[in-house]
Design a protein around this ligand. Structure first.
Ligand code: 6R9
Length: 650
């Protein structure tokens, strides 16, 4: 039987040289789920342990007794695994290639030896500033090598880092600092993106004026653009000054496998972001193993993931996975369209990138400019392409495969989450037939299942909510400071399983197709935004009575943000006020939460018990008023008509 045109069978040449071919996948997958203890015990040997673990898996998904422990008696240090153990064989190998926003500024190549030295110096400086094992350190940096150095220096001294994305504003920084009571913040004078500057230090200053941030004793400031910034002594210290005279060696802290490595805040269904906590051993095993196999890593690869270190993709697949594997990873400070829309491919050619990992939103944005900016470049070094962050539509997949990869490079569409720590469902280039739009098969040890809304497991070809039946080493361990929320969010909906929050379809071949979030999270350009966060930013404005926020399909971003706003009685709507509210959200949360549409709503569709019917608001936002469905349970059905009229400009 010949394959249907929508299937791209494994390339025999790729399979012949790959670490995992089809047979190996089937065999190892079966083993990984039949005997996880043995499987992950063996995989765990890839790390350098200070004390070899003997207890591999200790897990119970039952909400009454929930616990998740991996390698629990093992001891290790993540920075030693990412740096020290490579020094002998790979000391002079490039660990990080830094490509700045402005191509004229020239790239930097940082060897494993040089990176080790920079990390040790900062780690010593952190200790001298009183940072101890278990302390929290917030990192608010642009995409510069110091971001990776800062993460690894925290890991070296056992401090728990919390990286806050540079696109967040003062309020969001303050919330995240307050929640984990950070002792120290590492930031820069300014960031650079697409020829513009971002006032990072000024944002930190504003954040530290807000309540709840008193825990911060020190702010380390990297001099990046050289802009004049306000230094408040003795709180603020120049990074250069505190690191320059530190010794180039630093004794690593012995960490238990289950000691926290980092906290990363992500949006959920409520207004308050969750501090997703990852621990050291299982996370590092999982990040490095998935990185090696999904990207079929080779010693001479130049690997480029375009994510920001402020997101989990940057944590697992720019810093921890690649460096634990001794790979060469590229860090890019800029954006895809600066100085022009060939930039990604110019960087690929300049650094002879072999593996390229990006998000569908970037692909769609570049696709809009046609093939020219791509075809102007060679890209002959590329051998593998990856996608992450949101469902990739088949048209974008095909453009990526055919135009960017010249129909030569397999595309790995990797489904995973901040919570999962690493890739969960993805093709392996030598083992899996590709289907545009499908993340295909589970990674080793991952047991996905689809459930209906009653929690019944669906077999065969089906569509439902995606749950995972058993633990994997990279799984988050708790919500920082709120273990109950961890249990309630992930383990109560479908008891005995981890609930992902995503909808998913499984086709007749057993391949998985993620359909998107089924909760109140919007995925804007691959960034998770909670509708409740945007709503609370809107209602914090003195003229707003009520707000409801939903996602709507957006050609480039995947989803856009649509806000319905009810003003306080007596307030008049105006174009000026609309702009003011949009600006208010940007300053409350950050530019990534900018509403694409803001519609005045004299009333919101509510049930008689007062619940906002988002399903209806989503349909109006989508411009599909003919699909509103049953509105008879509304307290006042007439509000719907007025919202539809306003939407249609009637
Ligand atoms: C890694 C990351 C997680 C959410 C996830 C899902 C969506 C991520 C995807 C994908 C379809 C893919 N998502 N990868 N959807 N196909 N390949 O993005 O983590 O920021 O926590 O977002 O992103 O909806 O639940 P995070």
């Amino acid at each position: 039987m010949s394959p249907s045109p929508d299937i791209h069978p494994v390339d025999p040449d790729v399979a012949a040289n790959a670490r995992i071919d089809r047979d190996a996948y089937e065999r190892l997958y079966a083993e990984s789920v039949a005997d996880p203890e043995r499987f992950w015990g063996r995989v765990g040997e890839r790390l350098e342990w200070m004390r070899t673990p003997t207890r591999i898996k200790d897990v119970d998904f039952d909400a009454r007794n929930l616990h998740i422990r991996w390698y629990a008696d093992g001891e290790l240090n993540a920075s030693v695994n990412c740096l020290d153990r490579h020094l002998e064989a790979r000391g002079d190998k490039t660990a990080l290639v830094f490509e700045p926003d402005d191509p004229e500024h020239g790239a930097q190549h940082i060897s494993y030896r040089a990176l080790h030295e920079r990390v040790c110096k900062l780690a010593n400086a952190l200790r001298s500033l009183g940072v101890r094992k278990g302390d929290r350190v917030t990192i608010y940096l642009p995409m510069i090598p110091e971001a990776a150095v800062a993460m690894l220096a925290c890991a070296r001294v056992g401090a728990i880092h919390s990286v806050v994305f540079g696109g967040f504003a003062a309020n969001s920084i303050a919330d995240r600092v307050a929640d984990c009571e950070s002792k120290l913040i590492i930031t820069a004078d300014e960031g650079r993106r697409g020829g513009r500057t971002v006032p990072l230090k000024a944002n930190v200053d504003a954040a530290l004026k807000l309540p709840g941030t008193n825990s911060v004793e020190t702010v380390l400031v990297v001099r990046h653009t050289g802009a004049a910034v306000d230094m408040q002594m003795p709180r603020d210290r120049w990074y250069d000054a505190v690191t320059k005279d530190q010794p180039a060696q630093c004794e690593p802290e012995r960490m238990n496998a289950e000691d926290p490595l980092f906290i990363l805040y992500t949006s959920g269904s409520t207004g308050k972001p969750k501090g997703v906590l990852h621990t050291t051993g299982g996370y590092l095993v999982y990040a490095s193993y998935t990185h090696e196999l999904v990207f079929d890593l080779r010693e001479d690869d130049v690997y480029w993931c375009t994510a920001d270190v402020g997101w989990v993709t940057g944590h697992s697949y720019i810093v921890y996975g690649p460096l634990a594997n001794g790979a060469t990873a590229l860090m890019f400070e800029g954006v895809p369209n600066h100085p022009d829309t060939s930039r990604f491919w110019q960087v690929v050619d300049k650094h002879q990138v072999t593996i390229f990992y990006t998000a569908p939103t970037a692909i769609r944005a570049l696709m809009r400019d046609g093939d020219g900016p791509v075809k102007r470049t060679s890209r002959s070094s590329l051998r593998l392409l990856g996608s992450v962050g949101e469902p990739i539509n088949p048209e974008a997949w095909r453009w990526y495969y055919e135009v960017v990869g010249d129909s030569r490079c397999p595309v790995v569409d990797t489904w995973w989450q901040t919570e999962t720590g690493g890739i969960m469902i993805s093709p392996l280039p030598g083992a899996t037939d590709l289907k545009p739009g499908s993340a295909t098969r589970p990674f080793f040890g991952v047991r996905p299942a689809l459930v209906d809304t009653n929690g019944a497991i669906l077999e065969g070809e089906a569509e439902g909510n995606l749950v995972i039946l058993d633990s994997w080493p990279g799984q988050m361990r708790t919500v920082y400071g709120d273990h109950q929320r961890f249990i309630d969010t992930y383990f109560r909906t479908y008891p005995g399983t981890y609930f992902s929050g995503d909808g998913c379809r499984r086709d007749a071949d057993g391949d998985y197709w993620i359909t998107g979030r089924v909760d109140d999270v919007i995925n804007v350009s691959g960034h998770r935004i909670g509708t409740a966060e945007v709503e609370s930013a809107l209602v914090s404005h003195p003229k707003v009575a009520e707000a409801a926020v939903v996602g709507f399909p957006h050609d480039i971003k995947g989803q856009g943000i649509y806000a319905y706003v009810t003003l306080l009685a007596g307030e008049m709507s105006s174009e000026e006020l609309r702009k003011e509210l949009v600006a208010h959200v940007r300053s409350e949360i950050g530019p990534i939460a900018t509403p694409d549409h803001l519609q005045w709503a004299p009333g919101l569709p509510k049930t008689r018990s007062g619940k906002i019917m988002r399903r209806i608001l989503r349909k109006i936002a989508e411009n599909a008023p003919d699909q509103l469905g049953d509105t008879s349970t509304l307290a006042d059905p007439s509000v719907v008509q007025s919202l539809v009229d306003e939407r249609l400009g009637r």
